[in-house]
Design a protein around this ligand. Structure first.
Ligand code: ATP
Ligand code: MG
Length: 463
């Protein structure tokens, strides 16, 4: 049953505002996107307060490059929409406006308030677990600051006086390099369990420590992630693992017991003590971070293929050992195992079809890549997923799996000219992973002669 949310954040009277004047901080308008500046200007001119907030301010103070710029304003979503042609109101649980200026999309959020000020269930809803199902109670700058997650994310920069407004000692925590929750951490995690993932994400990305009081409730509340939609968790996983700090993030997810609620099968493969599993995932995270650092493409399909590979291998071993499967080809069994592993993952994080299909292709190709005789290698290299599958072979070898030099062979094959490729195939030992293809002898049909004579008939053309 749903109920209204009561007093969860400190009283407004307790809020202290610290204003940091322009000569005491390093934020310069030059480093802020022109779209964000423009939006604030339009809002100011229309008589509304508007501030840059969140990651934009935090990362500028840290001399980093903000991923995006978020704006908080007293204007309601409808009022914002009325001011910009390229504006769209999105979200139900948390209504925001996306304002498009040129190629940029800026999130504009109306100041929020505590739910005690809610008049209608339409604006504020909470589940039995204390989770906010709707968070659309509007308020002032002060109340907005206290509804944000961490102190370092609750800093507001204004282009009107070029000053920073700090209501939660966020600037002090930036100096102390600390992730600290605003308000009572357990209550705030119950309101929105995704904040546990955000704590870990910022700690890993910024190299900050999680404050002891903020960290303490996480292991005990990690199970609340099960109440979050699979789609939202999929998006969060991408933010966790595709932002350049996957290695540190993954470690923290394990340390805080969060992994087992995001990827239960992976967590259980890891806790079973399989060294290959741990190494494969560790290497996958390192490689992902390296690729991002060198501006190379990373795809969720590859990351998911790696995360679910140990459970896939376990499932495959299990069904292979079943008596009725003894004569079933590996390709068929692996398809079955893949289906089981994906089915078991989907209640936790969704995997959109556009990633599920290439992920399965990467897995399927693991069985095809050892088959290189005859024309097989030249066919496999043309596969749309060849490159990812080859990288996956390298990853398995990096993790310590002995694939009989398979990765190296494919590296040389890719670099070779036509003659070199033929030589590489010729040089393969029969035992190098596959057998020479059998010559298929066509069985002559007794009436073959007759068929040839008739091969201009419409029926034959179709064959
Ligand atoms: P980045 O964009 O670099 O990942 P960010 O801090 O800007 O980090 P966003 O998800 O863009 O994160 O959110 C913008 C701001 O909105 C945050 O800084 C925080 O103040 C607030 N916020 C976002 N999600 C939550 C949440 N679940 N609970 C409370 N506040 C939140
Ligand atoms: Mg942001």
């Amino acid at each position: 049953m749903l109920k209204r949310l009561f007093n969860l954040i400190p009283n407004r009277a307790t809020v202290k505002r610290q204003v940091i004047q322009r000569e005491h901080h390093n934020i310069s308008r030059k480093n802020i996107s022109s779209a964000a500046i423009r939006i604030m200007k339009v809002l100011h001119e229309a008589g509304f307060e508007a501030y840059l907030v969140g990651g934009g301010v935090r990362d500028l103070l840290l001399n980093g490059h903000p991923k995006d710029f978020d704006i908080a304003t007293e204007a309601t979503p409808e009022e914002v929409k009325g001011l910009f042609r390229g504006a769209r109101i999105i979200g139900r649980r948390f209504r925001i406006v996306h304002v498009r200026i040129g190629r940029e999309v800026i999130e504009v959020t109306t100041f929020r308030a505590s739910h005690t000020e809610a008049n209608h269930a339409k604006e504020a809803q909470q589940s039995d677990h204390g989770m906010l199902l709707r968070d659309n109670v509007y308020g002032s700058l002060e109340t907005d600051a206290l509804r944000r997650d961490f102190t370092i994310n609750a800093l507001y920069y204004t282009t009107q006086g070029f000053e920073i407004h700090d209501f939660a000692e966020g600037t002090k925590d930036i100096k102390r390099r600390l992730i600290r929750m605003i308000g009572d951490p357990a209550t705030r995690y119950q309101e929105d369990p995704v904040r546990m993932l955000r704590a870990v994400r910022f700690a890993a990305k910024l190299g900050f420590k999680i404050d002891a009081k903020t960290a303490k409730p996480i292991p005990g509340l990690a199970h609340l992630l099960r109440n979050i939609s699979e789609a939202r968790l999929f998006e969060e996983v991408l933010k966790l693992l595709m932002a350049g700090s996957a290695t540190a993030t993954f470690q923290l997810l394990q340390d805080y017991g969060l992994l087992e609620h995001l990827f239960p099968a992976t967590a259980s493969s890891l806790s079973s003590g399989d060294p290959l599993a741990a190494e494969l995932i560790h290497q996958a995270m390192i490689n992902t971070d390296k690729r991002i650092r060198s501006n190379k493409r990373v795809t969720p399909a590859f990351i998911y293929a790696a995360l679910l590979w140990p459970p896939l291998c376990q499932e495959l071993d299990k069904i292979k050992s079943q008596k009725h499967n003894q004569k079933v080809p590996d390709t068929v069994l692996q398809q079955q195992a893949a289906q089981t592993v994906i089915r078991q993952q989907l209640p936790h994080t969704s995997i959109p079809k556009r990633f599920q299909i290439p992920m399965r292709e990467i897995w399927d190709l693991q069985l095809r890549l050892p088959n290189r005789h005859g024309k097989r290698a030249s066919g496999t290299i043309e596969h749309a997923r060849f490159r990812a599958a080859y990288d996956f072979v390298l990853l398995r070898e990096q993790a310590g799996e002995d694939l009989n030099g398979l990765g190296d062979w494919w590296t040389r094959y890719q670099d070779a000219n036509e003659k070199g490729r033929l030589d590489l195939v010729e040089a393969l030992e029969p035992s190098s992973g596959d057998k020479k293809p059998k010559r298929r002898r066509r069985r002559r049909k007794p009436n073959a002669q007759q068929n040839t004579a008739n091969n201009s008939s419409p029926g034959n053309q179709e064959q």
